[in-house]
Design a protein around this ligand. Structure first.
Ligand code: NAG
Ligand code: NAG
Ligand code: ZN
Length: 590
């Protein structure tokens, strides 16, 4: 073999372009048979060519793999840590008006009332990841409308704006974009469903006070049609025609009838709620309105459980219903759950109402965690506040002498009713046939607040200025517990951010602008909010109407007048109870 191979090799040296097949053919022609290539050089060349081929293949593969990896990494960086094409659920919880001190107060109260050690935390405490800065475009102190617009649109606007921008253009919301992308959507609140926070997810008006218009938009009478699949909360009065008992509308429109035409099933009482079987018997879309205005504070509601469902029950019902409804979908759901009245307790400076509202929120928070742990679908919960309310302090200097370092949860534990409820009952008493108002007030203070050492000055203030009763009751408890309040309004304090998953909500770790919370929501769901903004602008003009003066009225309602207050101070009327409904309250300036 070695002999015959020599000339072949020298011949081949001149024909570099020959490929393996040429070589084999040539060998076969010369020898009459297929040669057995055992020559080292020949073997080397052959291996070299195979090597080159493999190397080229490997290099190409590596390039392809790197490209794919880069793309994946790029996507996951944009979408908060994992594959956005997978089915996902997002639960956004809002603790309206809850600042960090609300947690200190409630934690100490809970430890005191249940004899727990000082190391005991609320569930929510264990999920803290960051803080949100809350200012609006019009003030360092935001209201709930601008606050929720930052979450829903991911953009700053003025106090009073319901998902409209300072130039009065509408901005698309994460809920609207989620619906468009195929997600199911829900809103669960304890105030009116037409109040600022829920409204900002599925309505657009220039002034938050236009709750009649918001009700219409929520059931689908606006440029995008129906976008909410489930609504649970209060605010029935804005859905009833002004010819109906229990209405607070300024016109004769029947929004419940409109909702039913849009396909909504409707429940309006505890019996109807029970019929939903904790979500197992829900027909979506669903509208559930369980109170004329706001659902009572938890401290009062717990004694009226046969009338009103709790935040936790509504949250669990919504989770089950939306989860079941998306079982066979490749998209999950977006659900906003609000502990709406923590804010009201702050406005009213009522620490009793406050701690029970926060505990109710903590319970719903806990149920959401449990849902996410059990549910096979990937999901995350993010919880934050729109702002702090009341300028709450777990301290109070009662005298000019240097104060003792004390805060007492005891007086909160002794009270059994909210100051709001006590004031409503007091006004009902006064509107009857009052015989001995002083005794009535003394008794109310002892029974409702657990206060047995009321001063004559405190009692006579209640007797002489019944319109201030809610605030006077709350002040009696606040002083005895040495709870401090700096305002009946909101404050500019940073608020906390919590989550079910640090890794999924990694972009929200640390201190953030509230609009970054909004950006996280849309990114997590991978939805196109800008396309919604465009659609709202294009279709909106078709929904404008003619006013009485023949001028066009925007579908988002009239524009605020210069200097007009929009920040929701009107809803102070609700804090003093339903007897004040529709009237501007006397205590707003307090
Ligand atoms: C109800 O609203 C209509 C406008 O839709 C108004 O004309 C009427 O006076 C209102 N009725 C009452 C009782 O407020
Ligand atoms: C709570 O109520 C009990 C019984 O009425 C009373 O003895 C106690 O002093 C009250 N505690 C506070 C802190 O007011
Ligand atoms: Zn508020």
């Amino acid at each position: 073999m070695a002999r015959g191979d020599q000339p072949l090799l020298s011949q081949r040296a001149s024909s570099e372009i020959s490929n393996d097949r040429d070589l084999a053919e040539e060998d076969a022609l010369l020898t009459g048979e297929r040669i057995n290539r055992t020559d080292n050089s020949q073997r080397w060349k052959s291996w070299r060519e195979i090597g080159l081929f493999v190397w080229a293949l490997l290099a190409t593969s590596v390039v392809i793999i790197l490209a794919v990896l880069y793309q994946k990494q790029h996507q996951s960086a944009e979408h908060g840590g994992s594959n956005p094409s997978r089915k996902r659920n997002l639960i956004f919880m809002v603790s309206d008006g809850m600042g960090p001190t609300s947690l200190s107060l409630t934690r100490s109260f809970n430890q005191f009332q249940n004899g727990l050690p000082w190391s005991d935390q609320l569930v929510i405490d264990q999920h803290l990841i960051g803080q949100s800065r809350t200012r609006s475009t019009s003030s360092l102190i935001t209201d709930s409308a601008a606050g929720a617009t930052a979450f829903s649109c991911g953009l700053k606007s003025y106090n009073g704006a319901i998902s409209v921008l300072p130039n009065h253009d509408p901005c698309g919301t994460v809920l609207e974009a989620a619906k468009k992308a195929g997600y199911m959507t829900g809103l669960v609140v304890t105030t009116r469903i037409t109040d600022a926070t829920p409204a900002c997810f599925a309505a657009h008006v220039n002034m938050r006070g236009e709750e009649d218009r918001i009700a219409e938009q929520l059931v689908g009478d606006y440029p995008l049609g129906r976008v909410v699949d489930l609504m649970l909360g209060g605010g029935r009065c804005h859905f009833l025609s002004n010819t109906t008992q229990g209405s607070c509308r300024n016109d004769g429109k029947d929004i419940v009838a409109m909702a039913k035409e849009e396909g909504f099933s409707y429940v309006d009482d505890r019996k109807g709620f029970n019929g939903l079987k904790s979500g197992a018997a829900v027909n979506l879309p669903l509208l559930g309105l369980f109170a004329e205005t706001d659902i009572p504070y938890e401290v009062d509601r717990r004694n009226e459980d046969n009338i009103y469902p709790s935040l936790d029950e509504m949250a669990r019902t919504a989770l089950r219903a939306l989860s079941d409804a998306t079982k066979n979908s490749d998209k999950g759901f977006f659900l906003m759950i609000e502990g709406s009245r923590i804010d009201h307790a702050g406005h009213q400076n009522d620490p009793v109402a406050q701690v029970h509202e926060v505990l109710a929120y903590d319970k719903a928070f806990s149920s959401v965690l449990e849902f996410l742990e059990k549910d096979p679908v990937e999901g995350v919960m993010v919880s934050t506040s729109d702002h702090e309310t009341g300028g709450l302090a777990a301290a109070r200097q009662l005298h000019s002498t240097y104060p003792e370092y004390v805060w007492y949860p005891g007086p909160l534990a002794n009270a059994s009713k909210s100051s709001e409820r006590l004031a409503v009952e007091y006004h009902q008493y006064l509107s009857g046939n009052p015989s001995d108002t002083t005794s009535y007030v003394q008794n109310a203070v002892a029974e409702g607040l657990g206060i047995h050492d009321a001063s004559d000055a405190e009692i006579s203030a209640l007797v002489e200025t019944p319109d201030l009763a809610a605030i006077l009751f709350a002040d009696m408890i606040s002083r005895r517990s040495q709870t401090g309040w700096s305002t009946h309004g909101h404050s500019a304090a940073d608020v906390n951010i919590y989550t079910s998953s640090r890794s999924a909500a990694a972009p929200l770790i640390g201190n953030h602008e509230n609009t970054e919370v909004g950006e996280f929501l849309r990114n997590y769901l991978d939805v196109d909010v800008e396309a919604i903004t465009k659609e709202l602008k294009e279709k909106g003009v078709l929904f404008d109407t003619l006013g009485a003066d023949g001028k066009s009225v925007s579908w988002m309602g009239r524009l605020p007048e210069v200097g007009e207050r929009l920040d929701g101070q009107d809803h102070m009327g609700h804090y003093a109870g339903d007897f004040k409904k529709h009237k501007r309250c006397d205590i707003c300036g307090v």
